[in-house]
Design a protein around this ligand. Sequence first.
Ligand code: EPZ
Length: 444
Amino acid sequence: MDFKDSTPDALATDLDPARQADGATRNMDALIIKGGRKLAGRVEISGAKNAALPLMAATLLAPGVHTLRNVPLLSDTRTMAKVLEILGARVEFRGHTCKIDTSTITSLEAPYDLVRTMRASIYVLGPLLARFGAARVSLPGGCAWGPRPVNLHLEGLGAMNAALDIEHGYIVGKDVKLKGTTFRFEVVSVGATAQLMMAATLAEGTTVLENVAFEPDITELGADLVQCGARIEGLGSRRLVIHGVRELKPLDTSIIPDRIEAATFLGAAAITGGSITIERCDSGHVAAVVHKLEEAGCDVLPGNREVTITGPARLGAVDVVTEPYPGFPTDMQAQMMALCSVADGRSTITDTIYQDRFTHVPELARLGCDIRLDGNVAVVTGVPHLQGAQVMATDIRASAALVLAALAAEGETRISRIYHLDRGYEALDQKLQQLGADVERIRE
Ligand code: EPZ
């Protein structure tokens, strides 16, 4: 993916959903991995996808030129750029710096063909309603591992006086005047917290949000909005108080490191028995994962904006339960399952966030993993060796799990449909090569 050419045509070609949906040649790359090498060396972590996406949408809240630095070069940030361009914004990437000019918004519609390729496109809904009092945003639809409703987004905005209708698959709001309210989330939701926090910044009066998510991506979003003039209290807690203001200034910020990318590299070192240092990462953001890796026998040394990890000769079995931050992230569930597949003993992995996020299980089984599913619990019996095989990526984190398993497997593994990987990891293959892995990207 070449970000230098961020002209609309290039983006259009690149982001043509029909081409994306049927995995056009450009995205039909595959990875060939020859396993068995211990990783070694240093690797830099990119900016966080899940912080960049809401921040890009938040630029709609204030007219002007916004500057986002350390933006990861991913197909997902490309898609958000395309959504903003379709709304009339001008988006320009210079390396990892993204300039977004939202002075002239000419449309309030986020089309199905883009939203269906990336659920996070729904983040434009709150900012459009807050600034323009109207929006027409496609419902996202399902994802690889099942229904992912957006009822909390709609109920929360509804409680803020936004009468929203569903028309032909679109969420439609007209003549909306957002008003402050008190809203309690029945489940902790990263997306709905971001959505309502953004909307409430320009609402009339005060909004109190309870049982909110406080993933680093959310705290970052809130802190950046405060920098632009928003009045938000309680960041980093389960309760936010947002006093609406009349207007905001443009954003000027740098995206935090991607904690899931960092955790994935920690897993890569652990599963290969290697020793690496990951740079430009916040060790506090990966504490729950580090805790489990230490339990599995890894040596982990957190430093100033870096973490060094050394994997054991053989990992020990562990029990993992995913939870909202600061608990163990569901976005590391699949990768951790790959690690447990070669551990000495039986592990259990329980996903409390997504009951059915297990599309990676049958693919891992092709590599020789022994995994039994019982509802939202996976019982993983460690095996001494995995064997290379042909496997298929099904979503971002499932594909990362296949990469980790392949790094440990004997022989060659071929992972197809890695466009899923490119959605969430910047140049993963090159970074792994840098650490001594035998990885090759090929066109299928
Ligand atoms: C965010 O998704 C992340 N995506 C996901 O990462 C991550 O898995 C998820 O948070 C949980 O940590 C982005 O930040 C772009 P949620 P989101 O709303 O916001 C239920 C990755 O790999 N729910 O916190 O969609 C929902 O079904 C991606 O980078 C409702 O019921 O997740 C789930 O069970 C995958 N109604 C739970 O809440 C709603 O309206 C948490 O979902 C919203 C959510």
